[in-house]
Ligand binder design. Structure first.
Ligand code: NAI
Length: 332
């Protein structure tokens, strides 16, 4: 039997946490033959609720779950973890300036980075979900210098999956037949959902999405804004933000990273930019990636037309600005 993998979920008492921990315990993230030990971190005001989640995990009698730690101590939470899903953070509240929210998250991510650096497994893989996801991941990278930068990522897989979903609905084809959409840039409303290279598997081989949809106005207009604004639409409908889809996409992100992407398929991940596609190096930017042997690599050589170029630049500009804002919080 395999040794259990230790998976940290921060903000485990929250909405996403509640949807995510049972998925991990059932094997959705790491596969049906991989035992897991869950490390769940939250803050003191949420401790009762966190203990309730732990009680339910015990009650669910998941065969793969070999242990569950529920704690408000960041050191205990990070000890020996192989995978860290960072869902906890400070939410933007009405009337708060972006800078104030940023400053709260900078201090959270700084201290959690230090704890991961010191106590997690040396090859820990980190996925930041909490917003601003790209910039939180960048801060975590800055303050955990011994964790390889390749091991620090943020979640844009939800946006990727949303794009697949929209194409599937529009063409009335199973979502599993649609592949190779791309989310470029920030997990925010400036992200660029790009279908230039997306295809649908049909009886007649792979067909370009652009050809099947045959409506450039929709692909360059409504499709993009629906994906960009989907989070807001869910909040409006549910009065709560996306949770089951965020949790499911976080599982997809880690599963593909650890177990590999299928041949001929790429996914979107927020990763440390190396200047590929003329994006400024040193940002956490969402790219198309393939994964093999537990490592991602950016898909190279895709054509980027003028329309797309403008969108890649706009979302990079926003990340440069967020980065500057985050760095200005370090001194304060
Ligand atoms: P939530 O408010 O229900 O849960 C957040 C949890 O984090 C709470 O239990 C809170 O007590 C905890 N927390 C706060 N500070 C903490 C700290 N310092 N350490 C540990 N835990 C802490 O929020 P929800 O709906 O679960 O969303 C979580 C985050 O995920 C938000 O930042 C949200 O914006 C983001 N999000 C990101 C998505 C993505 O695609 N990247 C999609 C959906 C949400």
């Amino acid at each position: 039997a395999k040794d259990p993998v230790r998976v940290l979920v921060t903000g485990a008492a929250g909405q996403i946490g509640y949807a995510l921990v049972p998925m991990i315990a059932r094997g959705t993230m790491l596969g049906p033959d991989q035992p897991v030990i869950l490390h769940m971190l939250d803050i003191p005001p949420a401790v009762e609720s966190l203990n309730g989640v732990k009680m339910e995990l015990i009650d669910a009698a998941f065969p793969l779950l070999k242990g569950a730690v529920a704690t408000t101590d960041v050191v205990e939470a990070c000890k020996g973890v192989n995978i860290a899903i960072m869902v906890g953070g400070f939410p933007r509240k009405e009337g708060m300036e972006r800078k104030d929210v940023m400053s709260k998250n900078v201090s959270i991510y700084k201290s959690q980075a230090s704890a991961l650096e010191e106590y997690a497994a040396k090859d820990v893989k980190v996925l930041v979900v909490a917003n601003p996801a790209n910039t939180n991941a960048l801060i975590l990278k800055e303050f955990a210098p011994s964790i390889p930068e390749k091991n620090i990522t943020c979640l844009t897989r939800l946006d990727h999956n949303r794009a697949l979903g929209q194409i599937s609905e529009r063409l009335d084809v199973p979502v599993s037949k649609v592949k190779n959409v791309i989310i470029w840039g920030n997990h925010s409303s400036t992200q660029y959902p790009d279908v230039s290279h997306a295809v649908v598997e049909t009886e007649h081989g792979e067909q370009p999405v652009a050809k099947l949809v045959a409506d450039d106005a929709w692909l360059h207009g409504e499709f993009i804004s629906v994906v960009q604004q989907r989070g807001a639409a869910i909040i409006k409908a549910r009065k709560l933000s996306s949770a089951l889809s965020a949790a499911s996409s976080a599982c997809d992100h880690i599963r593909d990273w650890v177990l590999g992407t299928p041949k001929g398929t790429w996914v979107s991940m927020g990763v440390y930019s190396d200047g590929s596609y003329d994006v400024p190096p040193g940002l956490i930017y969402s790219y198309p990636v393939t994964c093999e042997n537990g490592e991602w690599s950016i898909v190279q050589g895709l054509s980027v037309d003028e329309f797309s170029r403008g969108k890649l630049v706009a979302t990079a500009d926003e990340l440069v600005e967020e980065k500057a804002m985050a760095y200005s919080c370090f001194s304060s």
